[in-house]
Design a protein around this ligand. Structure first.
Ligand SMILES: Cc1ncc(COP(=O)(O)O)c(C=O)c1O
Length: 470
């Protein structure tokens, strides 16, 4: 038994832990006799009081039996629990992971964030870190309102702004409110982010899938769907990348205004695109509920998002948030307020926009070289690229073949409600360095050539003088 005499952990606690672990892991069996407190103290060169206090604590927890005049023993009823292997992650691991959703995690400015965390804690009043305003800390609501007005053209009032745990919680609270208020159907873009569908259905609502074309969501189809609310990604449709055209924006707002309906705007990555269109919410703050998130702009593990609800809806959502979790975690909120006030958020976004654009160029060039039959989407930015595959491609088989080669990709069909979409892939390129993108695409090409139908296609291409065989 080794005790650290100059360490931070008191000796009685070290002794307690050592004995507890030995009993739990079966090194000390039930009924084993332990040395007397005097004997053990002498052996370890520590005071007897340290040993008795450790013995008393372990007896109180049920690990030891201590009776007046009797030897201290390991309790009869204790059963050893073999040490558990570390809990495996639920997420798959790929050497070349194109699964969309992640920003560049290595690009997250840890030092600057740490400075914001430190200064937030240093400068914050004591009572600010108790149960706070369920809307979020005032510093962050002010900073975000200012930022969203400036960067996204949103109509942002800090009084009505609500900080939430990412887009998911924002949509989930809203869907529960819709359901409680007699709404049965919510329209979603098809294809559209699959998690939106899960959240809407979890709230007991029916999904009305609405097709998306090169101008964004089809508003005529929306009109005839009977839905009373719709979720859209107008600045950069997920996954197709199209921007909602000016005409469709106007038609969408008219649809909402005519029937007192609700538009939920998922503004997940607008600042990271090179096509800058303002938030829809700025045009119709009374009909559009805006939801933004730190997930793509900074990092998803932060679990921070923000909502700008129409004023008539804000108190209902604030009270739902208060009931659900009494407000989001405070330290991150204070740090983000400081981060925005220092101009760090905008600096970071500028840096990342350039980096993602470069990675996108590398991905496009590698695809053109290795897989010239694939059709990448024409959008100009963001963290992912959608590619349409040749008609005959078996999307599921390609995902399996890619995974076997250590390449993680997501099928377009995952994001289609009706299944009415061509075979395709959604390739996230933000979190892969350029050489990994190139190697990953080579491996994808080799996965394609290993598939029977594609092999035929590759031969055909070669005979036409095409390229793309790896
Ligand atoms: C379309 C879309 N909206 C929103 C989000 C962010 O969700 P959250 O803020 O809950 O992390 C994502 C993340 O992948 C997304 O793809």
């Amino acid at each position: 038994m080794e005790l650290e005499r100059d360490g931070d952990v008191p000796l009685y606690e070290q002794l307690e832990r050592t004995l507890r672990d030995a009993i739990r892991h079966g090194r000390l069996h039930a009924s084993t006799r332990l040395p007397s407190s005097r004997g053990l103290a002498a052996e370890l060169g520590i005071s007897r009081g340290v040993v008795t206090s450790a013995y008393d604590q372990l007896a109180a927890e049920g690990y030891l039996e201590t009776r007046q005049g009797a030897h201290v023993r390991v309790a009869r009823g204790v059963r050893a629990q073999p040490p558990r292997p570390p809990t495996p992650s639920l997420l798959g691991k790929f050497a070349y992971d194109f699964t969309p959703g992640l920003p560049d995690l290595a690009g997250f400015p840890r030092d600057r964030w740490l400075r914001s965390i430190r200064s937030a804690w240093r400068e914050t009043a004591l009572d600010a870190v108790g149960y706070g305003d369920p809307r979020g800390v005032p510093e962050l609501r002010e900073a975000l309102a200012d930022y969203l007005a400036r960067a996204r053209g949103a109509a942002a009032d800090p009084e009505h702004l609500l900080v939430c745990t990412g887009f998911r919680q924002g949509l989930s609270l809203t869907c529960r409110w819709l359901r409680a208020n007699g709404i049965e159907q919510v329209a979603l873009e098809d294809p559209g982010w699959h998690a939106q569908r899960l959240i809407v259905e979890e709230a007991g609502l029916i999904v009305a899938p609405i097709a998306v074309d090169e101008d964004g969501i089809n508003v005529d189809a929306l009109k005839s769907s009977g839905a009373e609310a719709v979720v859209v990604t107008p600045a950069h449709q997920f996954p197709t990348g199209v921007v909602l055209s000016a005409r469709r924006r106007a038609a969408l707002i008219e649809w909402a205004e005519r029937g007192d309906r609700l538009i939920i705007e998922d503004d997940y990555d607008a600042e990271l695109s090179r096509e800058r269109v303002g938030a829809l919410q700025g045009l119709a703050p009374d009909r559009v509920l805006y939801i933004g998130s730190a997930s793509k702009r900074l990092t998803p593990g932060m679990r921070l998002g923000w909502m700008l609800p129409p004023s008539w809806l804000s108190w209902a959502l604030i009270s739902a948030k208060a009931i659900e979790d009494a407000g989001s975690e405070i330290a991150g909120q204070l740090a983000l307020a400081d981060f925005i006030a220092r101009g760090e958020l905008e600096r970071h976004l500028r840096r990342m926009r350039l980096r993602y654009a470069q990675r996108r160029e590398v991905l496009l060039a590698a695809l053109a070289r290795e897989l010239p039959d694939w059709q990448p989407s024409a959008d100009r930015g963001g963290l992912h690229l959608t590619v349409v595959l040749p008609d005959h491609t078996d999307e599921a088989a390609l995902l399996t073949a890619a995974a076997r080669r250590g390449v993680g990709v997501e099928g377009l069909s995952l994001h289609s409600y009706t299944g009415d979409c061509p075979p395709g892939l959604v390739l996230g390129h933000a979190c892969l360095a350029e050489p990994a993108i190139e190697r990953g695409v080579q491996l994808l090409a080799s996965a394609v050539s290993a598939m029977p139908a594609s092999r035929a296609l590759a031969v055909d291409r070669r005979s036409r003088g095409g390229c793309g065989e790896s």
